[in-house]
Design a protein around this ligand. Structure first.
Ligand SMILES: NC(=O)c1ccc[n+]([C@@H]2O[C@H](COP(=O)([O-])OP(=O)(O)OC[C@H]3O[C@@H](n4cnc5c(N)ncnc54)[C@H](O)[C@@H]3O)[C@@H](O)[C@H]2O)c1
Length: 273
């Protein structure tokens, strides 16, 4: 299914590591909808991942950049506008990493160097990316910038650890920078708060399997898949969502507004005998 929704649009997609990545599915879907883009990821992920395969499939170039490094981001934006032949219409920030989660440090026993690193990668990198785009005046009017978030920014999910704080910060950056990007450049900035999704980053969270099945049973429409997230993101890049900005948009099958579901209740009802 394709509607040519992004015909003539140019973009930058961060965070495609392997075929499970939300950014990978987004790149494929953007390509199917007629958009052109460059792919980027941290230099270390280039060696681990299979991003070259995605680049070939979608006819895109790869420009490595550590999203915490402003010089890398400046080089990325310069090269992207050169390769794509003009200013940028859409950007996907699909980046997350917590060193405390990786090392198994409990939330009550953080290593603060790790906390700072994870915050820089998962949240401040979004500010850095937007600041570089803003200063270089690299976005077209009515362009769209999206970052991916998770509901632990609003509610407690104990094993999500310091990523919860990083996501809260990320969503706040979207609002604060989105104000200036909207006023000065007519560019919209939003976060999409996605269901738990089986990817490398997702599966790094302790207890992920329990987590994903609980969410599946709680959500009236079931969990949103990575492909469905890609499709939603495409609508946010299209001209049909021009006045949506400063929002955190839940894409979770209804999970965020459900108090309890029949299936979850049944798991707790004892036999009445
Ligand atoms: N998987 C889930 O359950 C879920 C749910 C909601 C939101 N999200 C968010 O979706 C986004 C994408 O994650 P995913 O689930 O597709 O996992 P993923 O592991 O496929 O993607 C994470 C990406 O971040 C990149 N990255 C890490 N450090 C970087 C750096 N310094 N510079 C540039 N890139 C860097 C990784 O290389 C990787 O490509 C993340 O923001 C994640 O928090 C995921």
């Amino acid at each position: 299914m394709s509607y040519n929704l992004l015909k003539g649009k140019r973009g930058i997609i961060f965070g495609a590591l392997d075929e499970n990545s939300i950014a990978w599915k987004t790149a494929e879907t953007v390509h199917a909808e007629g958009g052109k883009f460059v792919l980027t990821n941290a230099p270390i992920a280039m060696r681990m991942g299979s991003i070259k395969e995605l680049a070939e499939k979608t006819g895109s170039e790869i420009i490595p950049a550590d999203a915490t490094n402003v010089e890398d981001l400046e080089n990325l934006v310069d090269k992207a506008t050169e390769v794509l032949g003009g200013k940028i219409d859409f950007v996907l920030h699909s980046i997350g990493m917590s060193v405390n989660v990786r090392k198994g440090n409990h939330y009550t026993n953080m290593n603060y160097d790790f906390t700072t690193k994870g915050w820089d990668v998962s949240a401040v990198s979004f500010h850095k990316t937007m600041q570089v785009l803003y200063k270089k005046d690299a976005m077209n009017e009515w362009g769209s910038i999206v970052a991916l978030s998770y509901m632990a920014a609003q509610r407690v999910f104990p094993d999500y650890n310091d990523m919860a704080d990083n996501k809260a910060y990320l969503e706040s950056i979207a609002r604060s920078f989105g104000y200036f990007f909207g006023k000065d450049k007519k560019v919209r900035v939003n976060t999409i708060s996605q269901s738990p999704t089986p990817t490398t980053a997702g599966q790094g969270v302790k207890g992920f399997d329990g987590f994903i099945s609980f969410a599946e049973k709680m959500s009236p429409l079931g969990n949103a898949t990575a492909q469905e997230c890609a499709e939603y993101t495409v609508t946010m890049f299209s001209d049909y969502t021009k006045k949506v900005t400063l929002q955190n948009l839940f894409h979770d099958g209804g999970f965020s507004n459900t108090g309890v579901s029949q299936e979850v209740m049944e798991a707790f009802i004892k036999d009445e005998e």
